[in-house]
Design a binder for this molecule. Structure first.
Ligand SMILES: [Ca+2]
Ligand SMILES: [Ca+2]
Ligand SMILES: [Ca+2]
Length: 361
């Protein structure tokens, strides 16, 4: 036993004595301390209990949470079923190949170094940008110039119209474009050798309509430079034995041949060709609207809508399509109208009517 131990023993003795004493002061002091400790213990115990309770609560909440998640999933499924479908959207331009034309390299604007991919992206931006400064019509140039669109999801064949493609037509200024559609039949993710179905318009069965028309545009040649307004010049030949030329006009003095095809001396475009119905009135031309079924033909939304029920195969036989992946538009006429330039389809917007219409199957 050392001094410390002795001190403790004495203190313990005092403590025992004090405990027995009727003098409450030291007892109080001591017991108070002791009570404080025990209170602390109690508090700690109670804190522990609280913690336990909290844990329990949390577990309950967790359990609830899990339960809620299950319910949420179910609710979500229900909502998916009941929620109105959002409108489909134009999200891709897979190919933009205008024919030679007065707005080519301008709508959209070509910049040095742009390649096919860049031009496709510019077309998409022109048609979908929410910035009004970037939104602009795109031009397909003369006959056969085309663009291929892809969407957020496949275009369903609902009852009635399935897609709306607007142009910049106004009365007596119609420049019709033909719509064709396809699915990825060969599964390579590209709109290529898949079967394309034309959406019949009012002129499809006319005797003057040529199916499988082909035209080849030649790039500007050194020999063209002495011709008047030669900047826009391009000679063409077609598969019907005709030859002709696109000529420049004073209003548009850039090259009319797509500049991003700089390594191609010529290129060929194909499709159904409609006879031009342009009528010359003095120095002007009137371009009356066709009855129905063409892009850039009438100014109204209603007249710019297309129904997949009008799809025909390459032999003109009607086909029933449940949905399509890609939509193509090409300029339908081959005609240069003096200073007005060539007939060229323009596109300003792609939209979808009636997203919740029942499907046609
Ligand atoms: Ca339909
Ligand atoms: Ca394909
Ligand atoms: Ca137009």
């Amino acid at each position: 036993m050392n001094i410390k131990q002795i001190t403790v023993a004495v203190l313990l003795g005092t403590l025992t004595l004090a405990s027995c004493s009727k003098d409450n002061e030291p007892l109080k002091e001591i017991t108070t301390t002791s009570d404080k400790d025990s209170d602390k213990d109690k508090e700690q115990e109670s804190d522990k209990d609280k913690d336990k309770e909290q844990d329990k609560e949390q577990n309950k909440d967790d359990d609830k949470g899990e339960g809620q998640d299950d319910n949420k999933d179910k609710d979500k499924d229900k909502e998916e079923e009941e929620k109105p479908k959002t409108k489909n959207k134009l999200t891709q331009v897979l190919d933009y190949r205008p024919a030679v034309g007065q707005f080519v390299n301008v709508l959209p604007q070509y910049e040095e170094g742009d390649d096919q991919e860049k031009m496709n992206a510019k077309v998409l931006l022109s048609l979908t940008s929410t910035d009004q400064n970037k939104k602009a019509p795109i031009s397909l140039g003369g006959f056969g110039g085309y663009v291929v669109f892809g969407f957020e999801r496949d275009v369903d064949n609902v009852k009635g119209y399935d897609i709306e493609i607007r142009g910049n037509a106004f009365p007596n200024n119609s420049e019709p474009g033909i719509v064709s559609v396809a699915n990825d039949d060969n599964g390579n993710g590209k709109p290529d050798e898949d079967e394309w179905y034309e959406l019949k318009g009012s002129e499809y069965d006319q005797a003057t309509t040529i199916k499988g028309y082909e035209i080849t545009y030649k790039a500007w040649q050194e020999a063209d430079k002495n011709k008047p307004k030669s900047f826009g010049h391009s000679a063409w030949t077609d598969n019907q034995g005709n030859t002709g030329e696109i000529t420049g006009n004073k209003y548009h003095q850039q090259a009319y041949y797509p500049k991003w095809l700089k390594n191609q001396d010529s290129y060929t475009l194909k499709g159904t060709r409609l006879k031009s119905n342009a009528v010359k009135k003095g120095a002007f031309y009137m371009l009356p609207a066709l009855k129905w079924g063409y892009v850039d033909n009438v100014p109204s939304s209603e007249g710019s809508r297309f129904d997949l029920d009008n799809a025909v195969d390459k032999n003109g036989k009607a086909v029933q399509l449940k949905s399509v992946k890609w939509v193509k538009v090409h300029t339908a006429m081959n005609k240069v109208l003096g200073a007005l330039g060539e007939i060229s389809t323009e596109i300003t917007a792609v939209d979808f009517p009636n997203p919740n219409a029942p499907t046609n199957d």
